[in-house]
Design a binder for this molecule. Sequence first.
Ligand SMILES: Cc1cc2nc3c(=O)[nH]c(=O)nc-3n(C[C@H](O)[C@H](O)[C@H](O)COP(=O)(O)OP(=O)(O)OC[C@H]3O[C@@H](n4cnc5c(N)ncnc54)[C@H](O)[C@@H]3O)c2cc1C
Length: 390
Amino acid sequence: MQIVILGAGYAGLRAAIDLDRLLRERKRTDAVILVDQFPYHQLVQVLHHTVASSAPVQEAIYDLATLLQKSEVRFVQGRAARLLPHECRVELEDGQSLPYDRLVLTLGAETAYLVPGAQEHTLDLRTYEHAVRLHNHLIAQFTAAAQTTDQQQQRMLMTTAIVGGSYTGCQLAGELAAWVDDLCRETGAPRSQVRIALVERGHLLLRQFGLWATREAERALDRLGVSVYLDTAVESVEPQTLRVAGGRVLRAATLVWAAGMKGPDLLRESGLPVDATGHVRTDRYLRVIDYPVIFAAGDCAAIPDLVEGQVPSTASYAMRQGSHLAESLLAEIEGRPPRTYEPVRLGELVSLGPEYAVGNPLGMPIVGYPAVLMKRGIETWYRSILTGKA
Ligand SMILES: Cc1cc2nc3c(=O)[nH]c(=O)nc-3n(C[C@H](O)[C@H](O)[C@H](O)COP(=O)(O)OP(=O)(O)OC[C@H]3O[C@@H](n4cnc5c(N)ncnc54)[C@H](O)[C@@H]3O)c2cc1C
C-alpha cells in the first residue's frame, strides 16, 4: 500500500513517524510518503519567539531530512496544488504526480482575511517565513525611526498594531513588548515612541479560556505596555491604517493580522466536503465524509466532538490526531476496524511575554511564572521527542 501524507506539521509528521515505526515493527514494506512545501518542520507555536528575538532565530525549525533519517519515510518537498480524489492521486506545483492508496490531509490552516485590504496591507504569522519577514520588517521600521528627528514619523514607525486577541495575537504582543528595549538599544530608536496595540473585536481576549484568563492577559499585557482594545472591530485596512467601527482610525507602520483562520483553499477546490470556514469535514474516525480512503487531522480538519461540537485547533490535539491516524492506517492495512478518535483534553498554555503565562492544564487555571515553566517544559519535551531524545 502507498500512503501519502500532505503536510509535515504537528499532525502530519507525527502520523508519518508513528506509522513508519508501526509498519517496521511488523516488518511490513508499505510506502509512507510525507510531503511538505518546506524542507523543515516548523514549531508554529513558538513563532512569536522568532519574531521578537535578537538572537539567531533558528529555534523554530527542524530539518525534515534529518528528523526522518532513521525512518523509511520518503520525504518529498513540494507544494500540493491539486487533489484528484477520483483518480487517487495528488499533483504538486512542480508537476510531480503522487498516486496513493490512502491519503492523509494535515495541511494546517490558512489566514482568513476577514475585511477588505487586510490581505494586501497586513503581515501574518503562520509560518517561519512569515516570522522572519515580520522580524526584519520591525528592525527596518525601528532603524528608520532612529534616522529621523520628526517625532510624528518616529511614533508611526514604532507603532505595531496586532489584530486578533487569541493565541497568536496575545503571545506576539507579549513577546514584542519584552523585546522592544533590546530593539531600541540595537537600532538607536527612541524607546519613548514605542506603541503596541492589540485590537480584538470581541469583548474577551483568549476567549476559549473564559473571563478569568481575559483579565489575567489584560493585566499582564498592560504591565508590559501593550494597549488592549476590546470590542473594537476592524472594518477595513489601508496602507499603515486600520479603520475601525465608529469611524475611528489607528495608524501603524506594522500591521499584523492574527484574527482568523480557515481551511486551505485546496480542500474546497478539490471538491472535498468542507464546513463554512473551509475545514474538511471528517467523521469520528478522522475519515473525510464520503471519501473512504482520505483522512484528515489537525487545523485543516473539522472533527466532530461530542462535548465541544468540534475539536479545537491546537498543536496538542493535532499531534495526538497524527498518532491516532497512524494506528488507524495500520488497522486499515491489516484489515482490522479502526478505533474512533476521542479527544484528550490536556488543556493549553499561552505565554504573555517571557515571564508570564496563563493556561488550564488538565482543566486547572494556572497563571504567572509556574505557567511559563510548564509551557517551556512542554516545548522541551516536544523538541526531545522530535530529535529522539525522549
Ligand atoms: C503564532 C502561533 C502561536 C501558537 N501557539 C500555540 C500554543 O501555544 N499552543 C498550541 O497548542 N497551539 C498554538 N498554536 C496553534 C498550533 O500551532 C496549531 O494548532 C498547529 O500548528 C496545528 O498543527 P497542524 O499539523 O494541523 O498544522 P501545521 O503545524 O500548521 O502544519 C501544516 C503543514 O502543512 C504544510 N503545508 C500547508 N499547505 C501545504 C501545501 N499546499 N503543500 C505542501 N505542504 C503544505 C505546511 O508547510 C506545514 O508544515 C499557535 C499558532 C500560531 C500561528
